[in-house]
Design a protein around this ligand. Structure first.
Ligand code: NAP
Length: 255
């Protein structure tokens, strides 16, 4: 059976194995896609071992997306543009790094009829996921993008890399959470803006405190990250097998 994996830490919450099992069933492909909890200082060793034992591809999640960028031998244009990798394609001795987070987000927004053009956007967090989605968000031509992060230097660096603003203070139309913090404990900022659309990259239990926060801050709509997860996963699957799964079927099955 063909071996695929998801590398991350933590990893237990992820439903990616179920998604890829659905994609594979739909496309009549047999794969073994396993979650791999990677010790924080062992990313390279674990990936090396997986490749040496027949791994053909992988997804990468927090906190390893920038390490995955460094690890790859070759990068797709969209991985290069973001500075982060969430998909590995192992071909012979070459590791190709791709990033499907941006296209995954945009396809999910399209499904939800959300238009970013001329909107003022706030991104919470400045890690690998924020990097992954920024080029695709910029392509949608929003009015302004601001980045807010606990570690200010990282927000500044991201803002500089992508020509965005830093911090908070504007009226926002669209707020994207790319952190996995507890919004009841770790976030006290009041957001300005009316009818804000809140979009969380997290889903399930990990979406709950953001949902609660958004509901008490002028939310027009609140979305979790399951739709994006499905779309980015489908694009990774396409990169591995050359077949695009029908995500509407999968959306129905995992909803
Ligand atoms: P990452 O690189 O580890 O970045 C985490 C971010 O969260 C950083 O900005 C970090 O701030 C911030 N953070 C962590 N703990 C914090 C705290 N206690 N208080 C304030 N800020 C804190 O992770 P990532 O790869 O960007 O992923 C982030 C999340 O997005 C994960 O939960 C992942 O599962 C999710 N995600 C979902 C999808 C999807 O398809 N739905 C796709 C990609 C990612 P500092 O810089 O200060 O450390």
């Amino acid at each position: 059976m063909q071996q695929y994996a998801l590398f991350g830490n933590p990893i237990s919450h992820s439903v990616s194995p179920q998604l890829h099992a659905e994609f594979a069933l739909q496309c009549n492909i047999k794969i073994n896609y396993q979650k791999m909890l990677v010790p924080l200082d062992q990313f390279k060793n674990v990936v090396d071992h997986f490749r040496a034992t027949g791994g053909l591809g992988a997804n990468v999640t927090a906190p390893f997306k920038t390490q995955a960028f460094e690890y790859a031998d070759q990068l797709t244009a969209r991985a290069m543009a973001s500075g982060a990798v969430n998909t590995f394609i192992f071909k012979n001795t070459i590791c190709i790094g791709d990033n499907t987070d941006g296209i995954g987000l945009i396809r999910d927004l399209q499904q939800k009829n959300i238009v970013l053009r001329d909107k003022t956007i706030l991104i919470l967090g400045a890690g690998g996921a924020a990097r992954g989605i920024l080029p695709s968000i910029i392509d949608e031509k929003p009015r302004d993008i601001f980045i807010y992060n606990r570690t200010i230097e990282k927000a500044k660096q991201l803002a500089e890399d992508f020509g965005c603003g830093c911090g908070c203070g504007c009226e926002y139309d669209f707020v994207i959470n790319t952190t996995h913090i507890n919004f009841q404990k770790d976030f006290s900022m009041d957001l300005a803006g009316k009818n804000i659309i809140f979009y969380d990259l997290n889903y399930g239990e990990r979406h709950k405190t953001f949902h609660h926060y958004a509901a008490s801050h002028n939310a027009k709509k609140i979305f979790d990250g399951l739709g994006m997860l499905i779309e980015q996963g489908a694009e990774s699957f396409y990169q591995w097998f050359g077949i695009m799964p029908d995500t509407t079927l999968v959306r129905r099955n995992v909803a």
